[in-house]
Design a protein. Structure first.
Length: 696
């Protein structure tokens, strides 16, 4: 090869090398400038958050992005207000609209979704120590901005002047013990970044100029004045602390809240095991993670108000995406929206029943002194209408689940005639009863299925619902994943009309979860109440005859329940008033912590009168909506479903109800006894600390 050729080759090699160096230099400069901005803005966020350390927060910096070898999390903040995964963005020209975020023309929403995904995975990790999912927050901080308070999906977008206030205002949701548990888990989950990535030595290291001091702020403006910092911190300190269960759960509960069920699911557990707690957290979780509204419903009309109050404190961010309504209210809304006329008129309904009874049943073989008319009314309302029966053949040999008193063909025939007559009387008066309201709504939803009215339906105290009610609620969501969640306890079944989910067209096979730690009652109260139902069997909605779930753990203990045998009604009222005065004299117990419960309305009236006469402030449970009020709550046991009180007084027991032997009773009395004892069991398990039962 001629010498000139090799010189030319070497020259071009050198030129190529020089070009490679130039390119490497340009790349390094670009990276450096990115790091420069990032570190300056991150430092600014860190400076903004620093005052949180004085309020029990831990600021974790330089943490690895779990699951990624290179990416880092700017800052993880763990403290009384929960866990915040903070990512600072040095983005100019940011606009947020319709759940998307743009940087100039560029849609950078996906960038934030990576943060959302990390928060979601972190929720799962921290559920293992019991942290409720709503306590993990993804926060994107816009450097140099203030007055920003937006959401892009699950990510909270704030300015760096706002971030302190946004975190501090969460207040005190976790105690020190819980913060420690969460922190320990976070330190494992977000590992410390070991050191810088190895540097390639192919190119000679450049000689760097001496540093001219750290770059701390993007601009010279101070981030927040001392007064602003104090104001932000004070807001958090003034916020009322939430109850423990609102932020911290048993790991089993936390896992169930987030569990994905590929269709309708059932969550069961004995009284006081946190079913309502899980139902509320799950509703919030579903509202947070899905588009659309979540319905929380139950049979008792007044309970949804109480649940709404709780969710307002538990998950204020999503409370407006969760609808609370009793099943009848839900049916009414559908009928009103769809223009289906229906008229409910209590007086007309009662008169239709009386007329039908008089025409068909009075003096017949079902009109005996073994049953009050109420029994047959329940047979029509719950067993026939509740199960949606419209043809005699359906009823003729129907297994009447949960109703022990067997009916022969003749009796059934009369019951059916009574039903027919009652329906005619209702129609003649132009009215519907409450069971009609449900079946009309169910038929309407079947006729024209709703497209996206609710993304999920969560039913609390599901054992109280009739078959048609379940069908109606199922129609909202069908078998969609996580669509229908039924939460309840068959042991607390106090209405007749048992049915199986198969009959309602719902399958929860393989999608069941059980809670088994009692958080509410003391061991002593639970032992006392459980005696009532120790040999009880009930028709379970999953199709078997079941015995109640028993908690494997009862966390609290306290004084033994008090059972008093009174000389008569007057003596009972006197002792009841005395007991109320005794318990409110205890430290930490007020009138508002006391529930006086009765099987009958008559018992409620008598107790109310006696308490009022003694100057004790009372509120009827029918009027109680969960807003704390310092009055003794008086009501029927049915109204007390799902509620709890520090002190419970059960005021209209008859001694023989407890002592009578089940095997010495016939079917009629046995059935009556089963329902009565289950109802008393519900009453007694409302008590957290103290139980007082009076009989005559
Ligand atoms: N993880 C928890 N930590 C602390 N308290 C809890 C927890 N879970 C539940 N509780 C408390 O236990 C009590 C019972 O909870 P909840 O009302 O949800 O039970 P439930 O199973 O729905 O009861 P029931 O069926 O008898 O109505 C409530 O006071 C609740 O706050």
């Amino acid at each position: 090869m001629p010498a000139g050729d090799s010189a030319a080759q070497e020259a071009s090699r050198q030129l190529a090398l020089a070009a490679a160096h130039e390119k490497a230099a340009a790349d390094a400069r670009a990276t450096a400038s990115r790091y420069g901005v990032a570190s300056a803005t991150e430092q600014r966020t860190a400076a903004a958050l620093a005052p949180l350390a004085a309020a029990g927060y831990h600021l974790l910096a330089d943490r690895q992005w779990p699951g990624s070898r290179r990416a880092q999390v700017d800052m993880v903040v763990v403290g009384p207000g929960g866990v915040f995964i903070v990512d600072t963005k040095a983005w100019a020209d940011v606009t947020i609209a319709a759940d998307r975020i743009h940087r100039g023309q560029e849609d950078v929403t996906d960038d934030l979704m990576a943060l959302a995904d990390l928060a979601y995975r972190t929720e799962g990790e921290l559920a293992e120590v019991g942290l409720a999912p709503g306590e993990v927050h993804a926060v994107a901080v816009l450097a140099g901005r203030s007055g920003v308070d937006e959401r892009v999906g699950p990510v909270h977008v704030v300015g760096d002047r706002d971030v302190l206030r946004q975190i501090a205002r969460r207040g005190s949701r976790l105690g020190t013990r819980q913060v420690d548990a969460v922190l320990a888990r976070c330190l494992e989950w977000f590992t410390h970044v070991a050191g810088p990535a190895p540097v390639s030595t192919t190119l000679p290291e450049p000689v760097l100029p001496a540093p001219r001091g750290p770059v701390l702020l993007v601009d010279d403006e101070p981030l927040l004045s001392e007064a602003e910092v104090q104001r932000a911190m004070l807001e958090g300190l003034m916020a009322e602390p939430v109850e423990e269960w609102m932020a911290f759960l048993h790991p089993t509960q936390a896992r169930i809240v987030r569990r994905s069920y590929n269709g309708p699911a059932r969550i069961r557990g004995a009284a006081g095991t946190g079913k309502t707690v899980v139902a509320l957290h799950r509703a919030a979780y579903l509202a947070r993670t899905r588009e659309g509204k979540v319905l929380v419903t139950t049979y008792i009309r007044t309970l949804p108000d109480v649940l709404r109050q709780l969710l307002t404190r538990l998950a204020p961010d999503v409370v407006d995406r969760v609808e609370f309504a009793g099943v009848h209210e839900t049916a009414k809304r559908i009928l009103d929206e769809r223009g289906v006329t229906h008229r409910i008129d209590g007086r007309q309904i009662a008169s239709a029943w009386t007329a039908a009874w008089g025409k068909v049943a009075g003096g017949s073989i079902i009109d005996t002194d073994r049953h009050e008319q109420e029994y047959w009314h329940d047979e029509v309302s719950y067993v026939i209408k509740g199960r949606g029966l419209t043809r005699w053949e359906q009823y003729a040999d129907l297994p009447r689940l949960g109703r022990r008193h067997r009916l022969g063909p003749q009796q059934r025939r009369v019951v059916w005639l009574l039903y027919e007559a009652y329906e005619k009387e209702l129609r003649d008066r132009g009215v519907h009863d409450f069971a009609d309201q449900i079946s009309l709504a169910e038929a309407e939803l079947r006729r024209e299925p709703p497209t996206d009215r609710y993304t999920a339906v969560v039913v609390d105290e599901a054992q109280d619902l009739t078959c048609v009610m379940i069908r109606m609620l199922h129609a909202f969501v069908g078998d969609a994943p996580d669509g229908l969640t039924l939460v309840g306890d068959g042991q607390q079944t106090i209405y007749p009309g048992g049915f199986t989910l198969a009959e309602a067209g719902v399958s929860v096979a393989g999608r069941g979860s059980v809670l088994d730690v009692n958080y509410r009652n003391t061991r002593e109260i639970l032992q006392f109440a459980s005696l009532l139902v120790k040999d009880d069997e009930f028709a379970d909605i999953e199709g078997s005859t079941a015995r109640g779930d028993r908690p494997t753990q009862v966390l609290r203990s306290g004084p033994k329940p008090v059972y008093v045998r009174c000389a008569g009604e007057a003596d009972r009222q006197r002792r009841m008033v005395q007991r109320v005065h005794e318990v409110v004299a205890e430290v930490g117990t007020n009138f508002g912590d006391v529930g006086v419960l009765s099987l009958s309305r008559r018992g409620v009236e008598a107790a109310t009168e006696a308490l009022k006469k003694a100057g004790v402030p009372v509120v009827n449970l029918e009027k109680y909506d969960g807003v704390p009020v310092n009055r003794v709550k008086v009501g029927t046991i049915k109204r007390a479903k799902g509620l709890e009180f520090k002190q419970v007084l059960v005021v209209d027991l008859v001694a023989s109800w407890i002592t009578e032997k089940a095997d010495q009773l016939d079917d009629v009395d046995r059935e009556r006894r089963d329902f009565r004892l289950r109802e008393l069991y519900v009453a007694m398990t409302r008590a957290r600390d103290g139980l007082w039962v009076a009989s005559i």
